[in-house]
Design a protein around this ligand. Structure first.
Ligand SMILES: Cc1cc2nc3c(=O)[nH]c(=O)nc-3n(C[C@H](O)[C@H](O)[C@H](O)COP(=O)(O)OP(=O)(O)OC[C@H]3O[C@@H](n4cnc5c(N)ncnc54)[C@H](O)[C@@H]3O)c2cc1C
Length: 471
């Protein structure tokens, strides 16, 4: 029982909002979760296909996602996560090269032998060195120094372009280092996790637990403005009118938050970084009657293909979760201003599906059960040198308005796990953390409060190191 419960609105029902709402309601506060769409889950939302649900954007977990797994433990569904070894391959000039071991790399024909060795050394070195100083070195410079200009141009640059388009030049090496260590940090080879019933099962469980604990969930309720009222209380305006709360937690990306801030609130808050833009994404999902590849991920970077990756999630998911069909996502990161972003679904599939058939000539039209296209405009911040200094603060208006967004997750990889870690930091800035331990729950999030006492961004990264080193 909280002797001093506060009324708190959490804006956005993705993993950040769900995690914040859970911790706040566990701490005894009166919480209202406000979500614009008809579903919870944010980028992890789903759609129905023949009686089953599938993520609009491919999603999986990694064994190093311990903070997220702890939340699933709190929800009582951690045991429903299953794990499988997965593999990665690289498509080049119509050939698919598996790239999962030093031996694979030695056979990787697109690179000269000396470049293969340098790429391998880059990987080893990346795992051994610390992240110190890497926020102020570009990935381009760091990788070129380690792998050489030729290997960079042929191997790394297309991978960076696949994520950031032509804005990869400024991305700090710290981003690459963290990502590399998250994905390759497992000693027993690559292994990924999925949950029985899909990500919908996670959001459904969140919703059930939140409601049981007294949280009010409002779907189909777009926030139109956030401000401070005449008494200085935080207000949220939706189509239903304005409502004041003791505190707000905003979980939308800052470019969207910027559109909502009213004048009284703006006067009370620091200037937010408006220079960090976001990449969007298009996913084209194919339900197939036959498997396409044995690999979870086939990178298709460069200009050879209209998409940058072929993600066959059915190499990971059980038939109970997908039926007998096979599920392949074609993925392309691009900016929302790119004309392809607003191309029709028919136009995307008319271009991408034949390109996939060119790469996999055995794929016949009759093998394709159906095709769906999904897009999202704000997915990955386009990081710049010194990004740690640009990171928005957790507290926007002292004691009243807080932020837990993907813009703060850096240098941890943008992921459900990264958002759970960030939610922990934001909650800690509200004084929620160590006091919010539910039965049987470990201290993972609560212990992050220590990170808050550290004011310098680099110190904060160091505080996250036990997780970040593996994430
Ligand atoms: C293609 C793709 C693949 C990915 N793969 C993985 C993966 O394998 N594993 C992994 O862990 N992560 C993955 N991610 C990343 C992960 O989905 C995100 O990092 C995470 O979902 C971000 O969560 P969030 O709650 O911060 O933001 P979001 O999920 O974006 O949630 C924000 C919420 O706010 C709502 N909202 C927006 N505006 C308003 C408004 N005005 N009023 C009210 N509500 C509003 C939105 O509808 C949304 O529900 C992937 C993402 C993509 C796009």
């Amino acid at each position: 029982m909280n002797a001093n419960p506060r009324s708190i609105a959490v804006l956005g029902g993705g993993i950040s909002g769900l995690t914040c709402a859970l911790r706040l309601v566990q701490a005894g506060h009166r919480v209202v979760l406000i979500e614009a769409s008809e579903q919870l889950g944010g980028l992890g939302t789903f759609f129905e296909h023949e009686g089953r649900t599938f993520e609009k954007f491919y999603h999986c977990m990694l064994p190093s996602d311990e903070p997220l797994l702890k939340v699933l433990e709190t929800l009582g569904i951690r045991d429903e996560v299953y794990w499988k070894p997965t593999t990665f391959a690289y498509a080049h000039q119509g050939r698919i090269f598996p790239l999962n071991s030093a031996f694979d790399l030695l056979k990787f024909a697109p690179l000269r032998i000396i470049d293969r060795i340098r790429v391998g050394i880059t990987g080893l070195y990346g795992r051994l060195i610390s992240d110190k100083g890497l926020d102020n070195v570009t990935t381009v410079k760091w990788l070129t120094r380690l792998s050489g200009a030729r290997a960079f141009a042929k191997f790394w640059q297309p991978m960076l372009e696949a994520k950031f388009g032509d804005r990869y030049h400024d991305v700090p090496a710290l981003w690459f280092w963290t990502r590399f260590n998250r994905e390759k940090g497992e000693s027993k080879g690559e292994c990924k996790g999925y949950i029985k019933g899909g990500y919908k099962h996670i959001t459904d469980t969140f919703a059930r637990v939140l409601r049981v604990l007294g949280c009010e969930i409002r779907l189909n309720t777009a926030v139109q403005a956030v401000d401070l009222d005449a008494e200085g209380r935080a207000t949220v305006t939706t189509a239903a009118g304005s409502e004041s709360f003791d505190q707000l937690v905003i979980t939308l990306p800052p470019p969207q938050v910027e559109q909502l801030i009213g004048p009284a609130m703006r006067r009370e808050m620091p200037q937010l970084d408006t220079t960090t833009d976001y990449q969007g994404v298009i996913n084209c999902l194919l339900f197939l009657k036959k498997p396409l590849t044995p690999h979870y991920w086939v990178a298709t970077p460069g200009n050879e293909h209209p998409f940058d990756g072929v993600v066959e999630t059915s190499t990971l998911t059980d038939t109970a979760d997908r039926g007998r069909r096979h599920v392949v996502y074609l993925t392309k990161y691009l900016h929302r201003s790119d004309e392809r972003f607003s191309a029709s679904d028919a136009c995307i599939s008319a271009c991408w599906v034949p390109a996939l058939q060119k790469l996999f000539p055995q794929l016949q039209d009759s093998d394709i059960e159906s095709v769906r296209v999904f897009r999202s405009p704000f997915v990955e911040p386009i990081y710049k040198l010194g990004q740690l200094q640009l990171r928005p603060p957790e507290e926007l208006v002292r004691g009243k308005v807080y932020l837990a967004s993907t813009a703060q997750v850096y240098p941890v990889v943008t992921s459900w796990n990264g958002s759970v870690i960030q939610a922990g930091l934001t909650l800690a800035s509200m004084g929620i953390g160590s006091s919010v331990r539910s039965q049987g729950e470990s201290t993972t999030i609560g212990s992050r409060t220590a990170a808050l006492k550290l004011t310098k961004p680099h110190d904060r990264v160091q505080a996250l190191r036990p997780a970040a080193a593996k994430v």
